[in-house]
Design a protein around this ligand. Structure first.
Ligand code: SF4
Length: 246
């Protein structure tokens, strides 16, 4: 899908007059982001359908959440859960993980993609937590983002899920959903994150990350969105909605 340069996501602008002749076969416009009332209605419906959303990743505390999110890069949550259940039973804190050692961690996570690098990162970040943060997961973004294997997205997930901060970590699902509806369109995950954090109504901000991720994972799927069973179908402006099966 071609995407023209978008207006700032929190502004609703009138469609610009075409200055060039657009071939009839091409889509003349990309939908404008939904207005504030529609945005609120979208989150109201997602909230009603799943009042207490939670991550598909299984964890025991902030530390195991952090490790699980690090392991989930380019891996399914299901595969991570299978690997982490026995791993977290043996080590649910940084000191215990260090004592376990890289070789044992690698063995536990060998079914997950990039397991060699991830085992190194889990041990390295555990060492930093022990040596610099008293064995605790820091609540400050700047401390989280410098941990091995932890980028902006992982830090946002930890701040949101473990510490209740209204961050919206943008992964591939949220990026797709936000650009399709569109909520806060953008060409990069950083732009979409900034846009969403600026426009999502306050009562929905804490859980917006989960609602959008789950919506993208189970309904607004990448290859074939299941628009026929989507609870926000008539609010969504995606021009290529899919008809129901059969
Ligand atoms: S109507 Fe289709 S494209 Fe729009 S949010 Fe729902 S599943 Fe996604």
């Amino acid at each position: 899908m071609t995407r023209r340069k978008q207006a700032a996501p929190d502004k609703i602008t009138a469609p610009a007059k075409a200055r060039v002749v657009t071939p009839l076969t091409a889509r003349a416009t990309t939908p404008e982001p939904v207005d504030a009332a529609t945005l609120r209605e979208i989150f109201s419906r997602l909230s009603a359908a799943n009042p207490e959303p939670r991550s598909d990743l299984e964890y025991l505390n902030a530390y195991t959440l952090l490790v699980a999110v690090v392991l989930s890069a380019q891996a399914t949550d299901k595969s991570v859960n299978i690997a982490t259940a026995p791993l977290f039973a043996r080590a649910d804190n940084p000191a215990a993980m260090l004592a376990l050692g890289e070789e044992t961690v690698r063995h536990h996570i060998r079914t997950i993609g990039l397991f060699n690098t991830k085992a190194k990162n889990v041990i390295a970040l555990s060492r930093i937590l022990v040596e610099q943060h008293g064995g605790e997961v820091p609540r400050a973004r700047e401390h989280l983002e410098v941990l091995p294997g932890v980028g902006k997205k992982t830090a946002s997930v930890v701040l949101n899920v473990a510490f209740g901060e209204p961050t919206i970590a943008v992964d591939t699902h949220i990026f797709r959903v936000s650009n399709r509806i569109p909520l806060a369109p953008g060409s990069t995950t950083d732009k979409v994150q900034a846009g969403l954090e600026a426009i999502v109504p306050e009562p929905y901000r804490l859980n917006a990350h989960h609602w959008l991720i789950l919506h993208g994972r189970y309904v607004c799927k990448a290859r074939k969105p299941e628009c026929w069973r989507c609870p926000i179908a008539e609010l969504c402006r995606y021009p290529d909605k899919t008809p129901g099966p059969g």
